[in-house]
Write a protein of this length. Sequence first.
Length: 102
Amino acid sequence: MINYDRIKKDCFWDLEISNDDIDAILSGEDVRKKGMFFEKILLNSTSLFKDLAIFELEQLSKLLDNYKVPKFNADFAFRRKNLVEVYFFDKPLLIDELKWVA
């Protein structure tokens, strides 16, 4: 179930977007719009995993693979991206301070 209000409040405070717009992006074929939507959630959501779970896993995997970490907030974006990779796809955790020490 999509929490439209939280997504709009957290991620689209700077844009006017409706629930129908969100549904159209998710069900549409526009890769650019999906990428922008994904990036907004990745960088701004307070419920990152819940909000990214609205994507199909195959689609989420492609969005992660195509996502380029920006230079502006590289450390923050890299951490969020890696957390999503670990949570959804069992990829290696690359954030040193979150790794278990043996």
